[in-house]
Design a protein around this ligand. Structure first.
Ligand SMILES: [Zn+2]
Length: 189
């Protein structure tokens, strides 16, 4: 039987331990549930609600079975927004944006130099909802977690051709080759 209170108890426990390493045993006791349910709830907090819960997969300083809520979780309003957008619309936005953060240009699989973690993409509004922006294709864009939280000093303006070429000319041979390899994946065979 599903225990409806277990997730809320996990939330409270993690919130009272922000920045502190906790163990799977503590989490299981806090949830007061069976062997696997607490793990599923932690995964839901991470994946559905965007809680920055680190494991030994994210940080070399953590051992298996250790967890760390590294900072305050996102506001629930942000979570509600993420849920209000259909899977189809989300896929359309990500596809149109080439699965690339529209502010800093990182893609999933890159390591974000700001956080040292793998990039995850979210949807952000071009025109904020408080200013009348709508949940529609033309007003949504892909952003990485860091840019979505406004934590990077990138401008919203896209770099122009001349600036881009100048940067490529300045780069080393390996970097230039990486650019051309990437371009090849964008071109039709
Ligand atoms: Zn970004």
């Amino acid at each position: 039987m599903r225990n409806p209170g277990s997730k809320e108890r996990l939330r409270q426990f993690l919130l009272s331990n922000i920045g502190q390493v906790v163990t799977s045993i503590q989490l299981r006791d806090a949830a007061g549930t069976g062997v696997s349910e607490w793990a599923r709830r932690v995964r839901e907090l991470r994946e559905d609600e965007g809680w920055p819960i680190l494991t030994n997969n994210d940080s070399a300083s953590l051992k298996p079975g250790q967890y760390l809520l590294s900072g305050p979780p996102p506001a629930r309003s942000a979570v509600a927004f993420a849920r209000s957008i259909s899977t189809k619309l989300r896929a359309e936005v990500l596809d149109r944006n080439g699965f690339t953060c529209q502010m800093c240009g990182l893609t999933p699989g890159d390591i974000d130099p700001t956080t040292g973690r793998k990039v995850r993409l979210h949807l952000g509004h071009v025109k904020d909802k408080s200013l009348g922006g709508k949940d529609e294709l033309s007003n949504l864009r892909a952003l990485c977690s860091t840019c979505n939280q406004g934590a990077k000093n990138a401008t919203g303006e896209k770099p122009g051709t001349i600036w881009l070429l100048s940067q490529i000319r300045r780069a080393g041979q390996d970097e230039q080759r990486a650019v051309f390899d990437w371009l090849r994946t964008k071109c039709d065979p």
